[in-house]
Design a protein around this ligand. Structure first.
Ligand SMILES: [Zn+2]
Length: 280
């Protein structure tokens, strides 16, 4: 592992991309024992602005190069990435070390069809991909379990966050009390106009909208992904002081983040990555 990381670090130097700085959680960094980060959009990095997605029409070779560089910047070997096929659902998958590399390099098979992925193994790095949908990284430092969640409105209202926490508990005996949560850049409630189906779905979860997740301005409805997912975390026993929010909106701050609504469907994706392995 260490030789691979050294090789990737050398690669960074060769590529003159020595200053890649992923967004990281202060809470995770302070706690230690985990390698993680959220990649960014960098308009100056051409041709693809530091995109990490392989979906057409994007350049897979360039995206793989960026996955390697971004991973190295977090102390992670890109060959150990495990990437799910995200379906805007609430399904959760357990990822094992033997699945490291599934969905990592171009052409490799994605690890599972799921919007939440969990591992208790070292040597595998979970990665979800985003362009407005909320990324959430979870870390249980005592039990040594990590998770990555991709939450747009559908995954949010169908309970992907709850399912992830409950699977961490049922499979790995992770007490929500020890879970640290990092909520990354997502489209903000001012930018995220939604249809009445979202309000209907949310009203079944939080009838009085105590989370303040639905915002109505005249005829316009919008949804607060951060508030809604925070509500799920707290309802399932995560301590409020263990929840960290990045505060970034992908659309308002589109110069730093890929945004489907801001830049259109052909824009790139950024990745949220977490691993129990790596250079801490
Ligand atoms: Zn915004």
């Amino acid at each position: 592992m260490s030789t691979t990381i050294e090789r990737d670090a050398a690669l960074v130097g060769d590529m003159t991309l020595t200053n890649l700085s992923p967004l990281q959680s202060a809470l995770f960094t302070k706690t230690g024992g985990v390698a993680h980060g959220v990649t960014r959009r960098i308009p100056d990095v051409q041709p693809a602005e530091a995109n990490i997605s392989y979906t057409a029409p994007r350049d897979r070779v360039e995206a793989w190069r960026m996955r390697q560089l971004w991973s190295a910047s977090m102390g992670i070997d890109a060959q150990t990435l495990a990437v799910p096929y995200q379906v805007h659902g609430s399904g959760v998958a357990i990822v094992r070390r033997r699945q490291a590399g599934s969905g990592a390099a171009p052409g490799s098979k994605l690890v599972a069809k799921a919007d939440g992925v969990i591992t208790g193994d070292e040597g595998v790095a979970l990665m979800t991909t985003h362009a407005d949908c909320l990324p959430m990284l979870l870390y249980a430092p005592e039990t040594r379990v990590v998770a990555a969640v991709h939450a747009g409105w559908r995954s949010t209202v169908t309970g992907v966050t709850r399912n992830t926490l409950r699977t961490m508990y049922s499979v790995f005996h992770v007490d929500p009390d020890e879970v640290l949560a990092f909520i990354g850049p997502a489209i903000c409630r001012a930018c995220y106009e939604v249809g009445p189906e979202v309000e209907r779905a949310w009203s079944l979860i939080d009838p009085s909208d105590s989370a303040g997740a639905i915002v109505r301005t005249g005829d316009r409805l919008s949804f607060d992904l951060v508030a809604a997912n925070r509500q799920f975390l707290i309802a399932d026993g995560v301590q409020p002081e263990n929840i960290e929010e990045s505060g970034f909106c992908t659309r308002c701050q589109g110069d730093q983040w890929f945004s489907h609504r801001g830049q259109g469907p052909l824009t790139g994706r950024f990745g949220a990555i977490i691993s129990l392995n790596g250079r801490y």
